[in-house]
Design a protein around this ligand. Structure first.
Ligand SMILES: Nc1ncnc2c1ncn2[C@@H]1O[C@H](COP(=O)(O)OP(=O)(O)OP(=O)(O)O)[C@@H](O)[C@H]1O
Ligand SMILES: [Mg+2]
Length: 353
């Protein structure tokens, strides 16, 4: 599958993971990368995987931070040990502390038996602290301690324990800002930020959109037992042009809906846009219509869709849209009237000039 480009072998100055290992690990299953930015990130992740130092994964929600964390683990010598993900935002402080560090019998009401925490159970492996920006301040201090010397105590315990755990941490929180607001410890930030990998939003790497779409189509057609349903050229274009604020996760969800509902699924992504009718052959097959009429009708439809998309892209600022379309402002107004175009109620935004 050409779209599953080998992020791990593409950068010559990086020693690639040997092919059999790459196959054995199933890395291609995990990360589709076609854009130079993602190929470079994949290579960098592989390069730093072997060093026993923390890695901080940054990027908007749904950009693939967890995918990359798996790659770091799988390319590291720890690959045969555990990869454990903890969501720091999902548990209340006390519970999170006892989950991470464990507790001794009698440490609190209900602690009838000693229970080891994730640090212990993940010895020699990788602990992925997701949403680290949400970690309570008291736990940040304890984590800092573990990062310094790999030592910690269970809740209610006295004995210092040692665990050989590599920490990967991810967040979509603006950590410098959280530090300025005293919500995140600076010393912890500098401990975690030995290596940082910043995943760009999908809108900044359009080259990845179609390869990801193809990958998800294939994967979910098999998983959901749906017939394979290729995207029409018009829908492909819509996918490439759309900004995907929910990033890869949003695209993935769209593909699942598309496999079930067909082109109507696009309405959930961009409610103001009619589902693209990309099948021009079908459009041409109306009985009794001459070639000239067909060409005119299809060209008008393409024109209408292009104008609508340009207006959407610039939030219905008609001056900017006219410039993007390379037509005069007046010509754009005429087209709006001709095609009866206006922002739909679903996407109601103030119309700007
Ligand atoms: N490059 C990629 N190749 C294949 N699948 C991807 C890629 N990037 C993301 N995905 C898929 O998109 C979804 C979101 O990715 P992931 O969970 O890694 O994002 P995230 O940055 O951790 O998001 P959040 O901040 O919300 O936790 C997952 O289902 C993941 O498998
Ligand atoms: Mg995540």
């Amino acid at each position: 599958m050409p779209y599953l480009s080998a992020a791990f072998a593409a950068v010559p100055e990086v020693t690639p993971v040997p092919q059999p290992l790459q196959q054995q690990l199933g890395l291609q299953r995990w990360m589709v990368a076609q854009s130079p930015a993602m190929i470079a990130l994949g290579a960098r992740a592989q390069q730093l995987a072997g060093f026993n130092l923390p890695v901080l994964l940054l990027g908007e929600s749904g950009t693939g931070k967890e995918v990359l964390a798996h790659i770091v683990h799988d390319c590291s010598p720890r690959r045969s040990h555990r990869f454990l993900k903890i969501n720091c935002a999902a548990l209340p402080h006390d519970l999170l502390e006892s989950e991470l560090f464990g507790y001794e019998a009698g440490a609190f009401t209900g602690a009838t038996r000693t229970k080891p925490g994730h640090f212990e159970s993940c010895d020699k492996g990788t602990l992925f602290l997701d949403e680290i920006g949400e970690l309570p301040l008291a736990l940040q201090a304890k984590l800092l301690h573990v990062l310094q010397d790999h030592r910690f105590t269970r809740l209610g315990g006295r004995q210092e324990l040692f665990a050989d755990v590599r920490i990967l941490a991810a967040t979509n929180v603006d950590l410098p800002r959280a530090m300025a607001e005293r919500q995140f410890r600076e010393d912890l930030f500098f401990r975690l930020n030995v290596f940082s990998l910043h995943l760009p939003p999908l809108r900044e790497r359009q080259e990845d959109i179609l390869p990801l779409t193809e990958y998800f189509l294939e994967r979910y057609a098999a998983e959901l037992r749906c017939p394979h349903r290729p995207l029409s050229p018009a829908l492909r274009e819509c996918c490439v042009r759309y900004a995907w604020p929910g990033n890869v996760r949003e695209l993935e969800n769209f593909v699942k809906r598309y496999l079930i509902f067909g082109e109507q699924a696009w309405l959930d992504v961009s409610p103001s846009a009619a589902p693209p009718s990309g099948n021009h052959a079908e459009a041409a097959s109306q009985p009794g219509e001459g070639l000239k009429d067909v060409v005119h009708r299809v060209a008008s439809e393409v024109e209408r869709q292009t104008i609508a998309r340009a207006l959407e892209d610039c939030h219905w600022n008609r001056t900017v849209a006219a410039r993007a379309l390379n037509i005069s402002y007046r010509a754009l107004l005429n087209k709006l009237q001709l095609y009866q175009l206006g922002p739909s109620a679903a996407a109601a935004r103030p119309i700007a000039h």
